[in-house]
Design a protein around this ligand. Structure first.
Ligand SMILES: [Zn+2]
Length: 408
């Protein structure tokens, strides 16, 4: 059991968050058992973090583990960036030792950033994906993890056959489908350019029959969209996925920057969600995410880092970028916090367990240091979102277990 005196910011819904100064948070085993105002008569034994902030652990809806070492490498065009930096780096994970090193570095950085749940792409090798599951289990991460599938239009050392890409993915799914709620497998066709129609159709058949999760990229960049239209004449990008059966309530579509109203309607009807990756969209000059159009149609929107096109695993930075990336539509600090916590949890169908600090939920949380001139009132959330570098992570906890703390 741990009992901590701290200050809490807790998301309530997409437009509200509560600031709870000088509270006591208690968890026992993996569950939160109490959150109440500090009482000196009852709580003299509490650990003292009364100058820190405590929030639910951050959730990253879209991140590439195998790209961790090539973050921040400049090439402002998606397809050229993939060829120049990303495919060569992902191919290095062919060596098991290299895959292990990258995986270890990735999870350490993830916890240091205060992220407790993530939706991960690994390289196109079964062993690299298994390595990620093994590390996540040993370290105590909560994650959905998938092996990237590619059987077309990619370098030979990353190309799988349709049969092996699907067969290995199904083996990974079957191996990990019973690992309680902490780890799940997610089918991961990279995008329509690097997957044959046969592979996508068979994957779609499997996920619908088995109620499985799926992630892919959609309509990120105009040149990419042109290439998709050459391969699939007469169809929009979203129709390609819809007709091959990839869209379901357990599908996460990264980017979705350039969509017609009809395509947004297709996504809404399917119940699929969108992972908005604003820092990545800036970096690769992909365009401005149509937040209002997509939200107005009722599509669930989450936020992802998309590292390595995103520059950092710090989800507060990505929340800030989501605000900055909208040239006219104002996203409030409350909305942004909700996206990287409870909103992302809802997309993952985990909002009954995680995403806010409520009694009975799992103890997934992060403690942050505060600056000397902290505003100890509701405005603290705004400063947190727009000045995230002033609030370094000091401890990250997943299911009641500390996975990162400063000095250890
Ligand atoms: Zn991505």
């Amino acid at each position: 059991m741990r009992k901590i005196r701290t200050n809490v910011i807790n998301p309530i819904d997409q437009d509200r968050a509560e600031f709870l100064p000088d509270h006591v948070l208690i968890w026992s085993s993996d569950r939160i058992t109490a959150l109440r105002p500090f009482d000196p008569r009852l709580d003299a034994d509490a650990e003292d973090k009364h100058e820190s902030l405590c929030l639910p652990g951050f959730i990253d809806l879209h991140v590439h583990l195998s790209q961790y070492r090539v973050r921040g490498l400049w090439e402002p065009d998606l397809l050229r960036w993939l060829d120049k930096f990303i495919f060569p780096e992902e191919a290095r994970s062919h060596r098991p030792e290299y895959a292990k090193e990258v995986t270890r570095d990735f999870f350490h950085a993830l916890f240091k950033a205060g992220t407790t749940t993530s939706v991960i792409y690994t390289a196109a090798y079964q062993h690299a994906c298994e390595t990620a599951f093994e590390a996540a289990r040993q370290l105590g991460a909560r994650a959905l993890i998938g092996m990237t599938m590619m059987d077309a239009n990619c370098p030979a050392d990353l190309r799988q056959s349709a049969d092996s890409a699907l067969g290995e993915s199904i083996r990974l799914f079957e191996t990990h489908c019973n690992s309680k709620h902490m780890l799940k497998y997610i089918f991961t066709p990279r995008f329509a350019l690097s997957c044959s129609p046969e592979l996508m159709r068979k994957t779609g058949d499997f996920i619908r029959a088995n109620n499985a999760w799926l992630q892919t990229h959609l309509s990120e960049n105009p040149e990419e969209i042109n290439e998709v239209q050459k391969l699939f004449p007469g169809k929009t990008y979203t129709e390609v996925y819809a007709e091959l059966g990839l869209l379901s309530e357990r599908t996460i579509l990264a980017h979705a920057v350039h969509l017609s109203e009809y395509e947004i309607g297709l996504i809404a009807t399917s119940g699929s969600s969108v992972a908005h990756c604003p820092d990545s969209n800036f970096f690769l000059k992909s365009g401005e995410f149509p937040y209002r159009d997509i939200a107005d149609k009722g599509v669930k929107i989450g936020i992802g880092s998309d590292l390595a096109a995103g520059s950092t695993l710090n989800m507060l930075h990505h929340a800030k970028m989501a605000n900055y990336r909208q040239s006219t539509y104002p996203l409030s600090p409350e909305r942004l916090l909700w996206h990287i916590t409870l909103g992302n949890a809802r997309i993952l169908q985990l909002d009954e367990r995680i995403g806010s600090l409520d009694t009975g939920k799992d103890a997934d949380l992060v403690f942050l240091n505060t600056p000397k001139d902290t505003l100890w009132n509701r405005d603290i959330l705004s400063r947190l979102i727009f000045c995230p570098e002033e609030f370094p992570v000091v401890e990250t906890v997943i299911a009641g277990k500390t996975v990162f703390s400063v000095g250890s």
